[in-house]
Write a protein that binds this ligand. Sequence first.
Ligand SMILES: Nc1nc2c(c(=O)[nH]1)N[C@H]1C(S)=C(S)[C@@H](COP(=O)(O)OP(=O)(O)OC[C@H]3O[C@@H](n4cnc5c(=O)[nH]c(N)nc54)[C@H](O)[C@@H]3O)O[C@H]1N2
Ligand SMILES: Nc1nc2c(c(=O)[nH]1)N[C@H]1C(S)=C(S)[C@@H](COP(=O)(O)OP(=O)(O)OC[C@H]3O[C@@H](n4cnc5c(=O)[nH]c(N)nc54)[C@H](O)[C@@H]3O)O[C@H]1N2
Ligand code: SF4
Ligand SMILES: [Mo]
Length: 740
Amino acid sequence: MPTTHYRSCTLCEATCGVAIEVEGDQVVSIRGDDADPFSRGYICPKATALADLHYDPDRLRRPMLREGSNWREIPWDEAFDLTIERLRAVRDAYGIDAIATYQGNPTAHSLGLMLHGQLFLRRLGTRNASSATSIDQLPHMLAALMMFGDQLLMPVPDLDRTEHMIVLGGNPLVSNGSVMTAPNVKQRLKDMRARGGRLVVIDPRRTETAGVADRHLFIRPGTDAAFLLSFLHVLYAEGRVRLGRLADFTEGIEELGRIAARYPPEATAAATGIAPDDVREVARGFADAPRAVLYGRVGICTQELGGLAAWLCYAINVVTGHLDSPGGMMFTTPAIDIVPFARFLGYDGGHARWTSRVSKLPEFGGELPIVTLAEEIETPGPGQVRALITSAGNPVLSSPGGPRLEKLLPTLDFMVSVDPYLNETTRFAHLILPPTSPLERAHYDAALAAFSVRNVAKYSPPLFERGPDQRHDWEIYAELSARWMAPRGPLGAMATRALRSTLLGSTPETLLALGLRTGPHGLLKGSAGLSLDKLRASPHGIDLGALEPRLPGRLNTRGKRIHLVPATYVADLPRLDERLASWTAHGAGGGLVLVGRRHLRSNNSWLHNSFRMVKGKPRCTLLVNPRDAAARGITHGDKVRLASRTGAVVVPVEISDEMMPGVVSLPHGWGHGRPGTRTRVANAHAGVSANDITEPAFVDQLSGTAALTGVEVTIERVATEATQAAPVELLEQPAQPVEP
Ligand SMILES: Nc1nc2c(c(=O)[nH]1)N[C@H]1C(S)=C(S)[C@@H](COP(=O)(O)OP(=O)(O)OC[C@H]3O[C@@H](n4cnc5c(=O)[nH]c(N)nc54)[C@H](O)[C@@H]3O)O[C@H]1N2
Ligand SMILES: Nc1nc2c(c(=O)[nH]1)N[C@H]1C(S)=C(S)[C@@H](COP(=O)(O)OP(=O)(O)OC[C@H]3O[C@@H](n4cnc5c(=O)[nH]c(N)nc54)[C@H](O)[C@@H]3O)O[C@H]1N2
Ligand code: SF4
Ligand SMILES: [Mo]
């Protein structure tokens, strides 16, 4: 008899409820859970990959040790011993900063990684800690820190009540929303338009989201900050600044007006490609709508002026009174208040308290930008990186300058990866410690529920029990912490045992139970308050209501005031002025710039080993505007050499008037098939990596966020025989084996 198991999908930020039908140890079907109060039966095609991941024969189940280019399984105990011994050797010889860490995106989807992963990786104390944050949402976090007093106080669109939404640099119909947890964005946007709402999309590509919008405007990549300043200019010049109740606790209203006065739409149009009348129309429509939200996402973050752009997005929501107001940009009231939790785990908000050794990029929240990793390995001297821990990340494909990392990773004294796959990055590790699959672990979306368009809570127990020779992510890290913290010498073994029993006793469930009871929906609400037991009894999840105004109470700034114009941003404006002058002088200049794109069946670099996700026509193609193609004698289906200053790939072209003239689009996360990986399906559908041509030196100097968008490129037709990029030189130095 099949039974049905209910849980949240952990593959993207939407947190859809899935109903998984199982018979014995076989998944029979995966459907949307109609009884999930938040997703109401919606799922996207990726949900079925939950089963594919679970059964994938390429997924690693036991620790893997590399000896030269050979891999063999070793017992966990030996793997833990070796990891600690080698990390200690590096620390003892060169200091803790010689150990770099990188945490990837799936961290946010795993309670275990967020708890025990942080406790180990952040408590190591290395300055060379990094994560996917600096190739993603860092500018939003910086703005939250500067304006609202905590990096985690990122407000989200009140999607279900807004009547006017501007989407800038996001494509939620495909990404399913980001820093905006909202299952079925498409339906929610449809509902908005059905209640008379208006959707405006501003994007260098006429995206799927633009396809359901009332208005779409092309914008030249990287120029959003200039556009937003002109937007503000219009608001101030036309007397449309109305803070409402925010006026009582907002500082800097006049100063922002003085800044905006310098950027009339006429002064930015040549750079942005947006006509002055269009800027005025968009700004008026937004200011006049009673319930409106301006939402910026990854396209405005991962650009050379991403810090400024993210700040200006929040600022516009403030000066129009749309922040903290129903239908606007609101703060959540999640069941677990992640602000104190993050502090406990070692996240201390801060910016530029120190800088990286080589290119002097600023620290943020205790981390350095991932773009510093290559140069920190490459550059000799005190503090040089000699060891690397990667955790749920694939920086060779996901961070700029992948080929450079490929050359440098083999030179490390030691590298260990906590990851279920032998992929483009982990193949360089000496050791891989693979965690259980998502269906084998319990789940609670602590991070994503904090950025959700409704307050919701849902606990998912494991569907399958893990095998005795498997470990959850959190168990891997609890064990590493115990062994790392224990003193060496005669007391070591005893101390390790004591620490182990304490740490392994602190299961994610124990901490979850505590978080729920102490959170705003827990004990405070009396006996009816939320608890883990209550969640266990509600397998479809619990709706905790619409977002509510939280200001000024939720602010964490001194005196609980909104800082509209933090000095950090003012100091960065000259950089914008310089770029603006150059863009205005050269216009689009006939050159091309690169942007990215996502696909519904893809998730960054790591779902391509599911056949269901990659079948059909190749998706790693370059979209080129017809005019740009014609000017270069390129026709649909041609292969082109796409080159930047630092790299080149060969990729098939799709000609499409979706693209703004002068802009080409390539998805990221492809470029499989590199030697030494064990992802057979992905390798058979390899594509090329966008990050073979992006460059670590192209970065938002203010925030340290990589500029993945707006990279200057050229394209040139190549003879059809050339199907692959020039092979990257790999492992030119023999990898150093680990002596167990
Ligand atoms: N050019 C370009 N580059 C980009 C982007 C872009 O738009 N354009 N987007 C950027 C963004 S937004 C992001 S978030 C990054 C993502 O960058 P990363 O997070 O570095 O890359 P992913 O491809 O998500 O790799 C996830 C890794 O985690 C492993 N993994 C999956 N689940 C688990 C788990 O439960 N536990 C553990 N331990 N490991 C797991 C996978 O096997 C894989 O190796 O990429 C960025 N890179
Ligand atoms: N199916 C699927 N879903 C995903 C992911 C995935 O890989 N696949 N990844 C997940 C992750 S890690 C994240 S962070 C989110 C991201 O979620 P979104 O932010 O919605 O990501 P994208 O779909 O990349 O949308 C970015 C948009 O910005 C545009 N853009 C590029 N440059 C600029 C610019 O300079 N200015 C402006 N205004 N727009 C620009 C691009 O054309 C693109 O349409 O998606 C998540 N969801
Ligand atoms: S949108 Fe798709 S991948 Fe994202 S949570 Fe829902 S089902 Fe999973
Ligand atoms: Mo991301």
